[in-house]
Design a protein around this ligand. Structure first.
Ligand code: NAD
Length: 418
């Protein structure tokens, strides 16, 4: 389908085809599994603070509807386009199926730079975008959540705009809301804590002692920063971090509390004044036990994969590793990969818990949330590792195989209408 043509969508399709070849899925079945079920492109006009009008482009893609409503984040970033969103929606499908959640994948976003918009402008973008999506989303249709450039406040505005249309409060229309509006305890931290938990499990498997390990993290937003704190609790030393402004490296370990204070004041790592300045490209090649890409897609490529110096590559971001890089990593048995659809699944798992709590208007304690989260992650990690060892395939191939096979089986059970 031409409309989705984009390097990131092509990358998701290549990953799918590798697994489809292994599963011997016939060609005529592949298009049904691969291409999104529905997509919507909307114009989002808003009045700027200076009185002028800007029209942004907004997108929402629902990948498949076979297992329930669709679920996935909303991204605000200057690179957002239909093809990128379609790829992210496809990965969400395999991720939800791997974790056993009753959802298809979705993704959406607005092509804008949130750092260049005021709070008032962000609110108007979000409300107008939600208004355009009113017929397309809903607790039984498609449930957005935060992603890059969006947060709890964005979800609160979405929920409010949707509820105004419905004429009553509809907390189940989005997840990742503030706890005071029907959000779940633990949701904000869930992705990063899940990444930390899985890294700890990988260390167990590889017989590594967390207290003797170092970690480098690209992207210090929701996922990257919570991963850092979570790893620090296991005893891991954080030696490198970065954000869009660049990176910092201190082999003796960075002070995370000071870093947090600096970020609260400036919203950027720039000017922190501790550690050696490095570029985002250099950061990925620093010596460390654990490397966590937690920002954008396609950071680890055929060009730099052979130069990674980590023992564990834990994919906090979606799609950070290209298929060319995978070919190299598959040859290197010194890098253990925790693939994105497993590694960052904590976010959608707790989003699922939030949705269940909203539908029942019955809320859980943080301990209940975390216990259930770790139980699901443990099961997914165990199944992926077992399949990878049994079939002698990479962790990514194993995770994708489990996810794709579940969606395919469900489609076969339901049949093709009419
Ligand atoms: P965020 O907006 O909170 O943080 C993004 C971070 O990446 C920021 O520190 C930003 O400065 C940095 N960044 C942006 N462009 C960069 C660049 N070119 N180089 C280096 N750093 C850059 O976003 P987030 O929610 O933490 O999401 C990060 C990644 O994790 C995305 O790939 C997202 O899809 C994925 N993810 C997020 C969640 C979630 O619950 N938020 C769940 C699963 C996966």
């Amino acid at each position: 389908m031409e409309i989705y043509s984009h390097p990131i969508f092509d990358m998701a399709c290549r990953q799918f085809d590798i697994v489809a070849d292994r599963l011997q899925i016939p060609q005529d079945e592949r298009a049904r599994l691969k291409f999104p079920k529905r997509s919507l492109t909307v114009a989002v006009p808003i009045r700027r603070d200076d009185g002028s009008v800007t029209v942004f482009s907004g997108y929402r893609v629902q990948h498949h509807l076979t297992l329930g409503p669709t679920k996935g984040g909303m991204r605000y970033h200057p690179d957002v386009c239909l093809g990128e969103v379609a790829a992210l929606a496809m990965w969400m499908s395999w991720k939800c199926a791997l974790a056993g959640l009753p959802y298809g994948g979705a993704k959406g976003g607005v092509n804008c730079d949130p750092l260049k918009l005021s709070q008032g402008e962000l609110e108007r973008v979000t409300r107008r975008f939600t208004q355009e999506l009113v017929q397309f989303i809903g607790p039984q249709i498609d449930i957005p959540a935060p992603d890059m450039g969006t947060n709890e406040q964005t979800m609160a505005w979405m929920m409010d705009t949707y509820s105004v249309h419905a004429g009553h409060s509809v907390p189940g229309v989005v997840t990742g809301k503030p706890v005071g509006l029907g959000g779940s305890l633990g949701r904000r931290e869930s992705t990063g804590r899940g990444v930390g938990y899985l890294i700890n499990r990988a260390m167990d498997t590889l017989e590594m002692d967390p207290a003797k390990c170092t970690a480098v993290i690209q992207g210090f937003g929701n996922v990257g920063s919570i991963t850092a704190y979570s790893l620090a609790k296991y005893g891991v030393k954080i030696t490198g971090v970065s954000d869009v402004s660049g990176g910092l490296y201190n082999p003796k370990g960075l002070d995370l509390f000071k870093l947090q204070e600096h970020l609260a004041k400036t919203r950027s790592l720039e000017g922190f004044g501790e550690g050696e300045l490095v570029s985002n490209e250099q950061l990925l090649e620093l010596p460390c036990d654990v490397l966590v890409p937690a920002a954008l897609e396609r950071q680890i490529t055929g060009e730099n994969a052979s130069r990674l110096k980590c023992r564990i590559l834990a994919e906090g971001a979606n799609g950070p590793t290209t298929p060319d890089a995978d070919l190299i990593l598959d040859q290197r048995d010194d890098v253990f990969v925790i693939p994105d659809i497993l590694c960052n699944a904590g976010g959608v798992i707790v989003s699922y818990f939030e949705w269940v709590q909203d539908l029942q208007s019955f809320f859980w304690t943080e301990t209940e949330v975390m216990d259930r989260l770790f139980r699901i992650l443990e099961g997914s990690f165990h199944q992926t590792l077992q399949l990878s060892r049994k079939e002698k395939i990479s962790m990514r191939a194993a995770a994708l195989t489990l996810g794709i096979k579940r969606v395919r089986d469900a489609k076969q059970m339901r049949g093709l209408f009419p």
